[in-house]
Design a protein around this ligand. Sequence first.
Ligand SMILES: *[C@@H]1O[C@H](CO)[C@@H](O)[C@H](O)[C@H]1NC(C)=O
Ligand SMILES: *[C@@H]1O[C@H](CO)[C@@H](O)[C@H](O)[C@H]1NC(C)=O
Ligand SMILES: *[C@@H]1O[C@H](CO)[C@@H](O)[C@H](O)[C@H]1NC(C)=O
Ligand SMILES: *[C@@H]1O[C@H](CO)[C@@H](O)[C@H](O)[C@H]1NC(C)=O
Ligand SMILES: *[C@@H]1O[C@H](CO)[C@@H](O)[C@H](O)[C@H]1NC(C)=O
Ligand SMILES: *[C@@H]1O[C@H](CO)[C@@H](O)[C@H](O)[C@H]1NC(C)=O
Length: 231
Amino acid sequence: MMPKHYFLGFLIRSLLASGTETQAVHGSLKPRKVQFQSRNFHNVLCWQPGSSLTGNGSVYFVQYKMYGERQWKNKTDCWGTTALSCDLTNETLDLYEPYYGRVKTAWAGRYSAWSRTPRFTPWWETKLDPPVVTAIQGNASLLVLLRTPELPYRNQHGKNTSMESYYDLAYRVFITNNSLVKEQKAYEGTQRRVRIEGLTPHSSYCIAAEIYQPMLDRKSPRSERRCVKIP
Ligand SMILES: *[C@@H]1O[C@H](CO)[C@@H](O)[C@H](O)[C@H]1NC(C)=O
Ligand SMILES: *[C@@H]1O[C@H](CO)[C@@H](O)[C@H](O)[C@H]1NC(C)=O
Ligand SMILES: *[C@@H]1O[C@H](CO)[C@@H](O)[C@H](O)[C@H]1NC(C)=O
Ligand SMILES: *[C@@H]1O[C@H](CO)[C@@H](O)[C@H](O)[C@H]1NC(C)=O
Ligand SMILES: *[C@@H]1O[C@H](CO)[C@@H](O)[C@H](O)[C@H]1NC(C)=O
Ligand SMILES: *[C@@H]1O[C@H](CO)[C@@H](O)[C@H](O)[C@H]1NC(C)=O
């Protein structure tokens, strides 16, 4: 029989050796930049391949859970996916709850360790798209209609909800009469139907708008411009 101390030494050495070896493999296969990208409460998990993955043939496995839950759940649609993203909108429907997602890679018969997102709370983190702008010409005036981005389908409580159910929103409307002249703010407020008056007949005006979230001090990107000629 081996002397006891000799055997222990051997065991520890082999544990250390296998430990560093698997770590080297896992470290480089492990998906990078695993994070939620959220627009209008559409929550998509995104990642990049591990640093050692140069060729093709890697597949990814996705799990998620709500903060405080013990068990990770498989996202079946993204189990063995070759894509670098996975739509978890339906798995993260409670806007005020924090969630986690995680991803691992399999490549050439080897598995990486899991790579996890930071804590993700849809209400805090989702980014709003710009409003959709319609401009209707009037008599030396313009009527501007603004539509907020739509929420993803959800049958929670069967309610017909809008962004305004979740945030206090302000709208900012900008106008310019000529591309050489700097645009001006024509309106800021909570109305989604705005009349701009005192415009010069026979001139063209362009309108753009954005949404502002006062509580988060955050604004959407600018909408596309809508240009209208005043009769
Ligand atoms: C990777 O995939 C691309 C297209 O899908 C293919 O053109 C290329 O040859 C593949 N590379 C390897 C190393 O298999
Ligand atoms: C996730 O999928 C794997 C592989 O199919 C399975 O072994 C495991 O039990 C599943 N986990 C859960 C929580 O369903
Ligand atoms: C989310 O659920 C709805 C309703 O069940 C379904 O129509 C939709 O395809 C699902 N979306 C995803 C990304 O799974
Ligand atoms: C347009 O404005 C002019 C001048 O203010 C006024 O005379 C005219 O009746 C208006 N037309 C309409 C259709 O409102
Ligand atoms: C939700 O409300 C809008 C405007 O009030 C309406 O146009 C739409 O049809 C409603 N949708 C449902 C599913 O009730
Ligand atoms: C455009 O607007 C600016 C500032 O409001 C004004 O000074 C200028 O005369 C306008 N130009 C035309 C062509 O209406």
